[in-house]
Write a new protein. Structure first.
Length: 253
């Protein structure tokens, strides 16, 4: 009888451990699942016309690193794809620093993915300088989300669902690059891609620390962007914290 009790508690501890592990790694696993779905979609592109690259870590002009989910080189230019495998309603404006994820009554704010992808694009443009190659920004959300009130006005910037990525790429038909130029660009990016695991881990650690620092500053009413004072303001959606240096700094929390 005692043996069964011991086995029962061992199984219970194992199940609790698995639950904790899954809860801590849920968003990481979900994010990887979304990236895998996009890979499956991109694998359907004609390999004679498109070169697909995944999980790139590129050094920026300022010496930092940025991680790119997916990149497609084509005769029409380069497509830089940021994946967001989120659930719920997604609300956002191209010019808003933060977007909103709504799941029933729960609201979660997250960094504007268009701005995030813009940072990736600037790293690629810096890498290819002085070559002038058209670059298209695509932010792709999973089928579990519903894009609501998404306002995008810039050319070559798209916010869409995973299933629409290929359709979007296929709308760009003008050929501005030769196959030789495509392969040359691929070689430049491949050589610049950082594969050292320690550097990749450092990149992730830097992101985590930056978020923690920003959260600490917001709690203390300090703008994480310009170190100005955050003051309470009232807008159409209620009260929020805004930077006292507005309009030169438009940070909100």
């Amino acid at each position: 009888m005692e043996i069964f009790i011991v086995i029962f508690f061992l199984l219970l501890f194992v199940m609790i451990g698995i639950t904790i592990y899954r809860s801590k790694n849920f968003y990481k696993i979900k994010g990887r699942a979304g990236e895998k779905k996009i890979q499956n979609h991109l694998s359907k592109l004609n390999k004679d016309e498109y070169i697909v690259m995944y999980d790139l870590t590129i050094q920026t002009e300022r010496g930092k690193t940025t991680q790119i989910d997916h990149l497609v080189i084509s005769r029409a230019g380069i497509f830089v794809i940021e994946t967001k495998n989120y659930d719920g309603w997604i609300l956002g404006n191209e010019k808003d620093p933060k977007w909103t994820q709504m799941i029933y009554t729960r609201k979660v704010r997250f960094y504007n993915p268009i701005w995030q992808n813009y940072g990736h694009i600037k790293a690629i443009e810096h890498l290819l300088n002085p070559q002038h190659v058209p670059v298209v920004s695509i932010v792709a959300f999973g089928s579990g989300s519903t894009l609501k009130m998404i306002n995008v006005t810039s050319n070559n910037v798209h916010v869409l669902y995973f299933n629409d990525v290929i359709k979007c790429i296929n709308t760009y038909k003008e050929r501005v690059l030769s196959l030789t130029q495509m392969n040359a660009i691929y070689g430049i990016i491949k050589r610049a891609n950082i594969t050292d695991k320690k550097i990749k881990e450092k990149h992730i650690e830097t992101i985590i620390n930056s978020k923690k620092e920003a959260e600490f500053k917001v709690r203390n009413h300090i703008c994480p962007r310009c170190n100005g004072k955050l003051v309470q303001r009232t807008g159409s959606r209620g009260t929020f914290l805004g930077c006292s240096n507005y309009p030169s700094c438009r940070y909100t929390a």
